[in-house]
Design a protein around this ligand. Structure first.
Ligand code: XMP
Length: 472
């Protein structure tokens, strides 16, 4: 009977709560918020000092954002709305940012001219290049050597030939003292036969000591993740050699073609990847049943982002809190431990705390981080107020950039926009935003009476009709 069918459908529909429908239930605090432990997991191999991740969107995460995030102990996921080479450059820029001895140094030949030097420096945002021939260091050329020179001059006419160098056994303190004494910013590292081995920069060594919770690899380089398409195996191969974690970035991961293509990528690169976005328990179970221990993390939430219109134009979606709890249910059923990343629609760390209470290990933000200096978009002024642009990767403008179209399934006809462009009020430096988020999270955990992220997963919640009324 039709009526009964309709009634059943309605009665059996799950209740998909999101941020505005719940509050954290206060619990007895046994420690003060300042003593809360915010360490958590981003993936099966990466631990974070704070549970915050910047979204792989071209208005949010390029190298500058990823560097700033890793310094604070979160992580940035470099977007993929660009060529493979551009994405690789961004990942390399993060890896190069703070290593003590930089190994994959960009060098130049003495026959190149000043125009080449300037264009390389601009592309990689660096201020000097060691001059290397047949593997041997023969000079160094810096901004100062080229800025007032005729652009057609050759490198060997302007470079410094008497280079102060170090050998590989040098310590950080020794390097700083040599650079200070000689008033230089760059110290090339060579072996006993003058073979070029790497570069130490003053800026990197000094900044390194400043960030105590930074995420670093064994060589002291900052950690970075990178978004990839399941259908671009070349990009995956290139990036897997440098990025610390790859993340398959599609709007709807629960799709046979996407899952099968991801399997091929995992087999090819031989490393687990974060998968998403997913919105249901079935999606998680189906994916893990095929990808098995190739899954390094689960990015959960569909259509709740600040710039998302997926659930407006398609009326399909999985609110972030619901999606997170679905992943937690699936993992419980499997007895598996895979980090869950809540993604979409979070405006502060209170929202992240709720996501954690539903089972998330980390929270991915687009809107919040798009607002700071380190996001890639320019600062705009409108009637005396400052803004930055944030845009959905399914927006018309983002798609026009070209590389992102396979984030969305082919609907066979005209490509529909699933995102919009918005202006977000400018919030200043990422450091300040992270301080604010960390403070909010600690306070939220204090109210819930939880000491660690793991404990926070058992925080109780209250269902409410709407957020408590505020005095305007
Ligand atoms: P927030 O709210 O933090 O959300 O800005 C960021 C997340 O939104 C997702 N995203 C999109 N979703 N259409 C969508 O439906 C889009 O065009 C789009 N672009 C990004 C993505 O999961 C991101 O992390």
């Amino acid at each position: 009977m039709e009526g009964a069918n309709f009634f059943n459908k309605f009665a059996n529909a799950e209740f998909a709560l999101d941020f505005d429908s719940v509050l954290l239930k206060p619990g007895k605090a046994v420690i003060e918020p300042k003593d809360v432990d915010t360490t958590t997991n981003f993936s099966t191999s990466i631990k974070l000092s704070i549970p915050f991740v910047s979204s792989p969107m071209d208005s949010v995460t390029e190298s500058r954002m990823a560097i700033a995030m890793a310094r604070r102990g979160g992580i940035g996921v470099i977007h993929r709305n660009c060529t493979r080479e551009e994405e690789l450059d961004m990942v390399n820029a993060v890896k190069r940012a703070e290593s003590f001895i930089i190994r994959d140094v960009i060098t130049i030949n003495s026959n190149a001219n000043i125009t080449d030097v300037l264009s390389i420096m601009k592309r990689h945002n660096i201020s000097g290049l060691p001059v290397v021939e047949n593997g041997k260091l023969i000079g160094i050329v810096t901004n100062r050597d080229v800025r007032d020179e005729d652009p057609s001059k050759k490198v060997n006419e302007v470079m410094t030939k008497e280079v102060i160098t170090a050998n590989e056994s040098i310590t950080e303190d020794e390097a700083v003292s040599i650079m200070k004494k000689n008033k230089i910013e760059k110290l090339p590292v060579v072996d006993k036969d003058n073979n070029f081995k790497g570069l130490i920069t003053y800026k990197d060594v000094k900044v390194k000591g400043k960030y105590k919770n930074a995420l670093r690899d064994d060589e002291g380089r900052l950690l970075v993740a990178a978004a990839i398409s399941p259908f671009d195996i070349e990009r995956a191969k290139m990036l897997s050699k440098v990025a610390d974690q790859l993340l398959i970035d599609v709007a709807h991961f629960h799709n046979t073609n996407v899952i099968n293509a991801t399997k091929k990528i995992i087999d090819e690169i031989g490393k687990p990847v974060i998968i998403g976005n997913l919105g249901t328990k079935e999606g998680v179970l189906d994916s893990i049943s095929i990808l098995d221990d190739g899954v390094a993390g689960l990015r959960m939430g569909l259509g709740s982002g600040s710039i998302c219109i997926t659930s407006d134009v398609t009326r399909a979606g999985s609110p972030t809190l619901y999606a997170v709890s679905q992943a937690a249910d699936a993992l419980k059923e499997l007895g598996a431990k895979i980090p869950i990343i809540a993604d979409g629609g979070m405006k502060n760390a209170g929202d992240a705390a709720l996501a954690i209470a539903f089972g998330a290990d980390a929270a991915m933000f687009g809107y919040v981080f798009a607002a700071c200096d380190e996001s890639p978009t320019p600062l705009l002024e409108l009637n005396g107020k400052y803004y930055k642009k944030h845009r959905g990767m399914g927006s018309k403008a983002a798609r026009e950039r070209g590389a992102i179209s396979d984030r969305y399934a082919d609907s066979g006809g005209k490509k529909i926009a699933e995102g919009i462009e918005i202006l977000v009020p400018y919030k200043g430096r990422l450091d300040d935003i992270i301080d604010e988020l960390t403070g909010e999270l600690r306070a939220a955990m204090g109210y819930a009476g939880k000491r660690t992220i793991e404990e926070m997963k058992s925080a109780e919640i209250l269902r409410i009709n709407q957020r408590p009324r505020k005095v305007e």
